[in-house]
Design a protein around this ligand. Sequence first.
Ligand code: MN
Length: 424
Amino acid sequence: MIKANSPSLTSWVEIAADSDFPIQNIPFGIISYGGNSPRPASRIGDYAIDLSVLSDLGYFDSLGIDNLGVFYAPVLNDFIALGKPVWQAVRQQISDLLNIENQELQGNENHTQQVLRPIHEVTVHLPVEVGDYTDFYSSIDHATNVGTMFRDPDNALFPNWKHLPVGYHGRSSSIVVSGAEIHRPKGQTKADDAESPTFGPSRLFDFELEMAFVTGKQTQLGEAVDVNKAEDYIFGMLIFNDLSARDIQKWEYVPLGPFLSKNFGSVVSPWIITLDALEPFKLDAPAQDPEVLPYLKVDDRKNHDIKLDVFIKPDGGEENHVCASNYKYLYWTMSQQLAHQTVNGCNINVGDMYASGTISGPTPESYGSMLELSWRGSKPIRLNDGTERRFVNDNDTIIMRAYAEKDGVRIGFGESVTKVLPSI
Ligand code: MN
């Protein structure tokens, strides 16, 4: 077991029992406060841990890191590029410093006050500069639901779907961090019975409940990642809300796939949870039939048991739980996605994001988009205030949360929060 994951660890920092960020988590992100520049941080309970201050005070000196400048950078890319042994050593060192049995930081009140910043006093930023972004389509329930609605219930999946993890290259410039306000996009739509398209605000604004992984190691053009070693190339994961305009998508997507219906904003949670921290939550991935080609065949194919929830909060109203899904339902795993992405020699870089595709489960309450939850608008969802939703309204806030729990340890992702503003 990874030492920092031990359920028996406790911290001297006070942490609520239901916190997403116990001492076993130690995620990485970017914060700013008090007018200073954005810098790397970790988190425990309701505190951000300023890694630049830990570095200033010499707490990383023993790790032999050549370039301590990574702890002062506005994004995590350079830190991640130092490699897996360095991330692991830094996570372990933070765990040691927060351990109740260790007096080194705990016993120095001046230092603890500089290092720990109350979370409500910090601003979170996008944790990495995203070079490239891919969106997969790896949930069999989602792909089946969409195929059933728009094509043919008897042939819901396209013939390629069970042979390769379908995906498309998305837009990285519009990936933003939680707390975003996104205007309803305008674009071309065409009603089925209309002769020509019209231009205006999208009427079918949707979320897509996804998780994304962030790559931590680059490859050279021409190099393919071995499916059984793919996890060595992955730094960690976050929540990814892939906002979608269904009416724009329906008209524009033929024949090259979604374009403007998907690139007006995608909202991630601020903390990258390392694959190391998620190690205890692995479980067998769903069986694949038919058998996949050798380059996609994993010796011991695992998914992660991560509970996913979506809430809609009307302006001034309360949160309404609209979806409960789980990452474990994915048919194609992260390793298979990355092996497929690179099998043709396509190179990857540190800080790239690879989203899972909408993660729907097998039951109606586990569907990961309004398109499915309201079954294309035919079954509106009733909110606590008596109003109904087929899709997302102006001034609604979409909140996604995710956590894994086992042996009394809860490793959470925090949240991805998006407020939908009217079209401009
Ligand atoms: Mn998507």
